[in-house]
Write a protein that binds this ligand. Structure first.
Ligand SMILES: C[S@@+](CC[C@H](N)C(=O)[O-])C[C@H]1O[C@@H](n2cnc3c(N)ncnc32)[C@H](O)[C@@H]1O
Length: 378
């Protein structure tokens, strides 16, 4: 069981993270709630006496999600007045009092949000991935067969249906209701718009976006002062609602072992990809997934190549990295660094040029089996 100090520490760390990632409102809310917990507020007793690991369980974000849900549902007009967009900003003490009053009025909402981990699907990450897919298309000159691990609601399965504005350049689906406009640093990705032959995805707890309650819950986990993220999510949801993405409910290790068990199909580049997923796995699952990919890579050929594209946290001091491994090879490339929600991207064009100078090796066997992440934990 966590100590009360561990709970307070988790709130403080999450508040710092929110500050660093452009959510000063959530930071203020979490600091205010910590003060109220220290005063022994009974409405927060279940939070203060948390039984699990408060940071690993994302406890502060469960509480922030519950409060944002009350605002989005229009249940708590007083709280809404003090939320972003409501126009009346309060200091953290006054804000926490209003928040506690809302939680007291709707204790079942807090209990419901405490019962399960936050489930998000950040479409801004499609803007990070797209350069990786363009690189793979330029390198292999083949349509893509994509396999996404930990896809959540599946919104990033649709990366090729969105419009991207990188500096002055617009790429992707011009008619899309969703335009992603990250601050882009560096050269542009190679000008090869990928054709997607097939796409499939898995998640242990997929979000079913045909269900209005699940859509609203997904929205509630977006930090309340990040209106651009919410607009992007809404645009992606409205694009996807006509034909909800299929995300198979299954453990990722079992799924990818099954997907890669058969020999790689010829005429397409098989691309396994994932975003902010790896750190949620235990060591055994990480090992199984890496091994399934690397084993399949050993028999990849230029006609049936394999790529592993991942946008993952390397260490918490630096931006997450976009890494690519390709077979035949293997060749490992650090494609980009990017802010975790994809709103700023630092593209490493020189590494891509280097890859494109080497044509895919026709039928060459892989020289080694690599299962590490370029020498650093992912
Ligand atoms: C932080 S979310 C990221 C979701 C999505 N990739 C994105 O970037 O928006 C992590 C996702 O990994 C999924 N996940 C965690 N462990 C998993 C496992 N063993 N098998 C399948 N999915 C898993 C979770 O359910 C969750 O949807």
């Amino acid at each position: 069981m966590a100590t009360f100090e561990a709970v307070c520490d988790a709130f403080a760390r999450q508040a710092r993270y929110c500050d660093e990632h452009g959510s000063p409102f959530t930071a203020r809310l979490l600091r205010g709630l910590t003060q109220v917990m220290r005063e022994g507020e009974p409405a927060l007793q279940a939070v203060a006496s948390w039984h699990g690991e408060p940071m690993l369980d994302a406890l502060p974000l469960r509480v922030a999600g519950a409060l944002h849900a009350l605002v989005l549902e229009g249940c708590a007009p007083e709280l809404t007045r003090h939320y972003p967009g409501g126009g009346e900003g309060l200091d953290e003490t006054a804000l926490s009092r209003v928040a506690v009053a809302a939680l007291k009025a709707y204790p079942q909402v807090l209990a419901d949000y405490l019962a399960s981990p936050p489930q998000t699907n950040e479409v801004g990450r499609a803007a990070v991935l797209v350069g990786g897919f363009m690189t793979i298309a330029a390198h292999t000159q083949l349509p893509l067969r994509t396999l996404e691990l930990g896809a959540s609601a599946g919104l990033n399965l649709r990366w090729n249906g969105y419009r991207y504005r990188f500096g002055d350049s617009v790429i992707g689906e011009v008619s899309s209701p969703l335009e992603l406009t990250p601050a882009w640093h560096g050269d542009l990705p190679p000008p090869a718009w990928p054709v997607v032959a097939t796409s499939a995805a898995c998640d242990q707890f997929p979000v079913d976006i045909s269900d209005a309650a699940q859509r609203q819950r997904l929205r509630s986990y977006v930090w309340a002062d990040q209106s651009l993220r919410l607009q992007q999510l809404d645009a992606a949801l409205s694009a996807a609602c006509r034909q909800p993405p299929l995300v198979e409910q299954v453990d990722a290790a079992a799924w990818i072992e099954r997907q890669l068990h058969e020999s790689l199909p010829e005429g397409v580049a098989t691309v396994v990809y994932h975003t902010i997923f790896w750190t949620y796995l235990n060591a055994d699952a990480q090992e199984r997934i890496a091994r399934a990919i690397c084993t399949a890579g050993r028999v990849a050929t230029a006609a049936a190549p394999l790529a592993w594209l991942r946008f993952e946290i390397g260490d918490f001091r630096n931006h997450p990295r976009l890494l690519l491994s390709v077979w035949p090879g293997p060749q490992d490339i650090h494609l980009a660094d990017a802010q975790a929600h994809g709103n700023e991207i630092f593209w490493h064009g020189a590494a891509v040029d280097e890859l494109l100078r080497t044509a895919p090796r026709h039928g060459a066997p892989a020289t080694s089996l690599t299962i590490d992440h370029f020498g650093e934990s992912p």
